[in-house]
Ligand binder design. Structure first.
Ligand code: ADP
Length: 269
């Protein structure tokens, strides 16, 4: 199914998004332990094309580990992770990294809590580096594209600055632009606002919301409950390595006040 999400302003957008019937990411029975501690306990989750899934739950429940396994930054003990039906990791058959992954299967963009920009490179250089390495265009083309992407996150005037000249919110918006430069089909966010001063959170959430409005498939680990409710098609809750709730936005609103997920969301506000 082709998803053609309308380009609209972020504020009006999320309700008009279309979620496809095809899974872009499939996690099946994923298990991971660190020593004696099971951090991912038989996790299964399908992320559909165009879907925004938020992962919530208490600290230490396995959220970061989960999102890192999707990007193969973390190996798993058992289970499988597939993209568009292609194996990325399948512990039954041994590890296999799909060769064409970085060309045309699925691009995954990742945004980390701590920005991870290259400190000795300008904003523009940070963004152009990976697509240039992968031969995705001439320097002039890639710079123009980078400037367009920076404009989208409100950062084009800072293109020639270095990371240390930027606020945390600005750095994170550059990190988002950098991930977008690889033209990902899926964006993964690992607590993108938790290292930010409260007054800088909004500008980053707004940038993420704009991507949602454009139909980007996303998995977002977040503590921002209001944001999660507003932006997500589905919210999953982790507790002690288990996925204890998987609900659509409608189910969340309809859930009984004493349900696990609603309680957690209210306590976390
Ligand atoms: P969350 O993102 O929900 O806070 P994490 O996925 O970061 O949870 O961590 C889940 C549990 O796994 C925690 O108890 C954490 O201490 C442990 N853990 C995470 N990464 C490692 C690691 N590399 N080695 C050992 N334990 C780890």
């Amino acid at each position: 199914i082709e998803i053609q999400a309308p380009k609209k302003a972020a504020t009006a957008a999320t309700s008009t998004r279309l979620v496809g019937a095809d899974a872009v990411i499939e996690l099946k029975n994923v298990t991971k332990a660190f020593g004696q501690k099971t951090v991912l306990d038989d996790i299964s989750l399908d992320v559909m094309s165009g879907e925004v899934v938020s992962v919530i739950g208490p600290s230490g429940s396995g959220k970061t580990t989960l999102i890192r396994t999707i990007n193969a930054l973390q190996d798993i003990d058992s289970g499988s992770i597939r993209f568009h039906g292609d194996d990325w990791i399948d512990t039954e058959r041994g590890y296999r990294l799909v060769q064409s992954f970085h060309q045309d299967v699925v691009h995954l963009g990742m945004v980390f809590q701590s920005f991870n920009l290259f400190p000795h490179k300008t904003v523009l250089e940070n963004i152009v580096m990976a697509p240039s390495y992968h031969g995705m265009g001439s320097t002039a083309e890639l710079e123009q594209k980078a400037l367009d992407t920076l404009a989208k996150v409100g950062m084009s005037v800072h293109a020639r600055k270095y990371p240390h000249q930027l606020s945390g919110g600005q750095k994170q918006r550059v990190a988002i632009a950098r991930a977008l430069a690889m033209e990902p089909k899926v964006m993964l966010f690992d607590e993108p606002t938790s290292a930010l001063d409260p007054e800088l959170v909004g500008e980053v959430l707004q940038a993420i919301e704009l991507l949602a409005s454009e139909g980007m498939t996303m998995v977002i680990v977040t503590h921002e409950m209001r944001f999660a409710t507003r932006i997500s098609d589905r919210i999953v809750m982790m507790e002690d390595g288990q996925m204890v709730a998987k609900v659509t936005k409608e189910e969340l609103f309809a859930a009984a006040p004493d349900s696990r997920i609603k309680k957690f969301m209210e306590q976390s506000e």
